[in-house]
Write a protein that binds this ligand. Structure first.
Ligand code: G6P
Ligand code: ZN
Length: 543
């Protein structure tokens, strides 16, 4: 069989954001749209001739069809082998692991993460490099440039093989290797986490609920939590991945994982609750009656990692995104390891992990992970928490409370204003950006500003620079606000306001975060005027 060149494109706006290219599904399904983007990826990485790639996604609508197209394009490009998850399914962390395990040249992940799926939802394509992590900015910039030059795409005439059958077959000269999506990932978890300790917990009557949100983690969680560890059948709910995620918004946060939240806050709550997102890289951790903010989860995991099998030798460093709270900073200081503050986006952790300068990473956006893969990993975080609870013989509330007493508590919250008109969101950013130089020394809502800047990052490993990564204003005593525009939305602009204040008085650690942060919220309105400029009185999402 031969391949053909189909003239198409270029399509405007194929610029990868925080995490790959995300668009409305209908846009991705326009004739030639997916193909031109994938061709641009291939062009930008110097072609795929002789290369080994990993391919899979979160099972959302259009995923299988896209995978078949990409296989035919990889064959036309002369790729040696593509390793693809059965049914075109791979969670993002499992894809990252497969790239590393097979020393592949890279991979394509078909997902729009936590964004809703289906014909009216979102679709996405992300390219990961040979270390298993998201392409760094130099590569995404090259991909974007290639999308503007593309004049069509090469595609094999032969059809893609049956992706439901495990095993190897050939598509022209290329080997297509369909693998079980769970097996290798589950083996990795078993090496990092003490399953026996968790089994003992289960035997003692410990109960949990995991909400897979009708997305990709269902099969992973059922195999690991129920089959291998022995949690009761039914512990994993919404366990079957649906093309439209059952109509839900698969984002594990207090707003979108409401059923789980209500159950954990209710009278018959199990000991532990957790959820993951569409593609399995995010997590939310709950205990009976308690919510662990992602920033606190990072700090607790870093402080207790040595209790888990894979980290018994201690950790080498912690990295967090800039808007994430400073809770992990004090853990790093206590452990005597470096703390790296990076821009938002998991891709910025890659060089630090590769260089062995960070072991544990985390973001306020419900992402935690380690150097075991180059993506954040939802199920890993859940298993690490279980390992910590088992090793400490304590519940979530006790562990969290003890952590705050030792390190202090960072009251933290994020307020999101979604689908704003782009001009209004940009006006808010421009107004605050212009005011930054005059802020130090000024008193706002009773607090004195100590520093204000637009965050710029220089990667200490490869020296690359990234400017314009978020506006931050710090106040006396270490409180701060951060304002930035989301890089993952597909509708209008999403403005994120991050609020962080440390409390070290043990008698004041049980406040409602929104109350504890009220002065900062007032200061943010004074400084940025979100309500005034957008007409939105309250945020759409509060985490
Ligand atoms: C994705 C990325 C994260 C990022 C998050 C929020 O999950 O993988 O690294 O923190 O999106 O990004 P955003 O630009 O929407 O704030
Ligand atoms: Zn995700």
């Amino acid at each position: 069989m031969t391949s053909t060149f189909v003239a198409a494109g270029p399509f405007a706006g194929q610029k990868p954001g925080t995490s790959g290219l995300r668009k409305k599904t209908a846009e991705f399904m326009r004739p030639g749209y997916l193909e031109c983007f994938v061709q641009a990826v291939f062009d930008a990485i110097g072609g795929v001739s002789g290369k080994v790639l990993v391919l899979g996604g979160d099972g959302r609508y259009f995923g299988r069809q896209a995978a078949e197209t990409i296989l035919r394009m990889a064959a036309a490009g002369g790729a040696a082998r593509v390793i693809v998850g059965r049914g075109a399914i791979l969670s993002t962390p499992a894809a990252s692991h497969l790239i590393r395990l097979n020393a592949a040249d890279g991979g394509l992940i078909l997902s729009a993460s936590h964004n809703p799926g289906g014909p009216d939802g979102d679709f996405g394509v992300k390219y990961n490099i040979a270390n298993g992590g998201p392409a760094p900015e130099a590569v995404t910039a090259a991909i974007h440039a290639a999308t503007e030059r593309v004049t069509g795409y090469h595609i094999a005439g032969a059809p893609a093989p049956d992706l439901d059958r495990i095993g190897e077959s050939r598509l022209d000269g290329m080997v297509v290797q369909v693998v079980d999506p769970v097996t290798d990932y589950a083996a990795l978890m078993e090496r990092l986490v003490d399953f026996d300790a968790i089994r003992a917990l289960v035997a003692g009557g410990f109960r949990m609920r995991f909400d897979a949100m009708s997305a990709v983690t269902g099969p992973y969680a059922v195999e690991i939590l129920e089959h291998r560890i022995g949690f009761a059948p039914g512990t994993v709910v919404n366990a079957v991945p649906e093309p439209d995620f059952g109509g839900h918004h698969p984002d594990p946060n207090p707003a979108h994982a409401r059923d789980l939240w209500d159950e954990l806050m209710g009278p018959d709550a199990p000991d532990f609750g957790a959820a993951s997102d569409g593609d399995g890289d995010r997590n939310m951790i709950l205990g009976r009656g308690v919510y662990v903010s992602p920033s606190d989860s990072l700090a607790v995991i870093a402080a207790n990692a040595h209790l888990c099998k894979g980290y018994a030798g201690g950790i080498r460093g912690i990295a967090r995104s800039m808007p994430t709270s400073a809770a992990a900073d004090r853990v790093a200081a206590h452990l005597g390891v470096d703390l790296h503050e990076t821009p938002t986006g998991w891709k910025f952790f890659g060089t630090l992990l590769d260089a062995g300068r960070a072991t544990i990473c985390g973001e306020e956006s419900f992402g935690t992970g380690s150097d075991h893969v180059r993506e954040k990993d939802g199920l890993w975080a859940v298993l690490i928490w279980l390992n910590i609870l088992a090793a400490r013989g304590k519940g979530v509330a006790e562990v969290l409370d003890g952590h705050w007493r030792q390190f202090g508590r960072n009251y933290y919250s994020r307020h999101d204003y979604e689908a704003l008109p782009v001009a209004a969101a940009e006006a808010v950013m421009a107004g605050l950006r212009a005011a930054l130089p005059g802020l130090p020394g000024r008193v706002v809502a009773g607090m004195t500003v100590t520093a204000a800047d637009d965050f710029a990052y220089r990667d200490p490993v490869d020296g690359s620079s990234s400017a314009g990564q978020g506006l931050r204003v710090a106040f006396e005593g270490g409180a701060r606000i951060v304002l930035r525009l989301s890089g993952t939305g597909t509708e209008g602009a999403t403005l994120r306001l991050y609020l962080d204040r440390m409390e070290d008085d043990p008698d004041r650690m049980a406040q409602d975060p929104q109350e504890a942060l009220a002065p900062l919220i007032a200061a943010a309105e004074d400084l940025a005027g979100i309500a005034r400029l957008t007409g939105r009185a309250v945020p759409d999402v509060i985490t």
